[in-house]
Design a binder for this molecule. Sequence first.
Ligand code: CNA
Length: 280
Amino acid sequence: VDENTPTQTLESRTLEAVAKLIKDGRASQIVVMTGAGISTSAGIPDFRSPDTGLYANLARLNLPQAEAVFEISYFRNNPLPFYTLAQELYPGNYRPTITHSFINLLHNKGLLLKLFTQNIDCLEREAGLPGEMIVEAHGSFARQSCIECKCPYPHDLMQKAIREKSVPHCLQDSCNGLVKPEIVFFGEQLPTQFFMNKALPAEADLCIIMGTSLSVQPFASLPQFCSEGVPRVLINQEQVGGIGSRTDDVLVLGDCDDGVRKLAEACGWLEELEEMWAKT
Ligand code: CNA
């Protein structure tokens, strides 16, 4: 839609109008959808940004193609590249960003319906958001199991393996299969939690999408489940996923920490947000 198309819900396609909607109590069931871009300022590279993204920097691992690091058939023959990467991404090495704190602030104010994240870094939990508010669509490092018999593997042994960059094997004598954190590889089913919650965006009265290229399905389809007339705000370096095509879509192109600060300021929450973040 072009600039002159009339909006349905917002007074204008701006962050200020979104803030007004929130302050007027007309947006209180907010769904947030995130990806690797909300963790780049914490120091964790995303996948697809040219030059800085992980895919651009995987050459040292000698992979046939960058994506192979998350392919189960490749992992079965050569799990080391994944474990090299896992050591980098493993929770505990990074501090949540102000964008993570913003999502937690929405929850504290009773405005968050659900966070859908593609991230596996657990930074939203570390920012204080309770697990039940989060749909980890691509799994996380919170659990690990054998890729053959699916038997769970102890967390402390996994931490040790990651630290030592060794590859853990199933503890069942008869199995000895490879163990992998329950993060979703290409071609693997998403967690049931995703399918149980994927209709939720239809109940939202505001959608905020941040730091994702919206290029991985089925996650990329989530914003389409928002009802017509429900504002969808994209805070991202680039325009993605057709956001901008509806009358109440708002594009905030640039760094997501900047965008989040602007939205918080327009809501009158900036000081509170900065204080909350300082405590993480
Ligand atoms: P992606 O495809 O790498 O896209 C990232 C998006 O964020 C791009 O559109 C960037 O332009 C944008 N971006 C990068 N930095 C910023 C910033 N500071 N401010 C605003 N926008 C920014 O990542 P997606 O999450 O969309 O792809 C899905 C994959 C990436 C999922 O399976 C994740 O598991 C996986 N991943 C996760 C992490 C993590 O957990 N932190 C890190 C790397 C990859």
